[in-house]
Design a binder for this molecule. Structure first.
Ligand code: COA
Length: 170
């Protein structure tokens, strides 16, 4: 499994993987082109012999260089349950460009057990607290079946140790 930053030609496969990973919202390919073009340092892709197998997209909210906001985490069904989601998040935190990050924020639906366990495990591994507050109520989403998106905040934490050999491909 190779971990690396995205580039614009990855946009279509990023969009395709997200479409294959409900309950994530499907988005236009254009948003993934923008993420790859403007935010490659805060996004990560995982590839294996079969192609794109995982991604994390995120950004540093303006004026808050100590916080990584994680927007979407997607792991292809064929490689779930092997720690890839958590591994991608750790690899992101190990990047030099994110050396000031001490908090992760994300939104996780109340019923998404896999995602909740992934972030709980990440917090445990970082020795950090996790707090939850309301952020976007269900009523803000146009789709009637879209639930609320509470904010999960993990931190503060020290950066995880990432081996030099691994970090150059991350
Ligand atoms: C959520 C997701 C990214 C997790 O990826 P993953 O690589 O399988 O996650 P990990 O292997 O790192 O597992 C994380 C934890 O979730 C648990 N888990 C995995 N699948 C689960 C499931 N279906 N139900 C409950 N727990 C599950 C694992 O056991 C592990 O917990 P543990 O360490 O306490 O044992 C993946 O399931 C996915 O892409 N889901 C669809 C999209 C989504 O919901 N994304 C997250 C919203 S941003």
């Amino acid at each position: 499994m190779r971990l690396r930053e995205p580039h614009p030609p990855d946009g279509p496969s990023m969009s395709g993987l997200v479409r294959d990973c409900p309950p994530l919202d499907a988005n236009s390919t254009y948003i993934y082109l923008l993420l790859a073009e403007h935010f490659p340092e805060t996004c990560i892709l995982a590839e294996d012999a079969e192609g794109l197998s995982g991604l994390v997209t995120g950004y540093l909210p303006p004026g808050r260089p100590d916080t990584l906001f994680v927007w979407q985490v997607a792991v292809a069904a064929r490689v779930r349950g092997q720690g890839l989601g958590r591994r991608m998040l750790h690899a992101l935190l190990g990047r030099a460009a994110l050396s000031r990050v001490r908090y992760i924020e994300t939104t996780v639906g109340p019923g998404n057990r896999a995602s909740r366990r992934m972030f709980a495990g990440l917090a445990r591994g970082l020795g950090a607290a996790a707090t939850e507050t309301s952020l976007f109520d269900a009523g803000l989403f146009e789709a009637t079946d879209h639930g609320a998106e509470p904010l999960l905040r993990i931190g503060p934490f020290e950066r995880p140790v990432v081996h030099a050999a691994a970090s150059h491909v991350c």
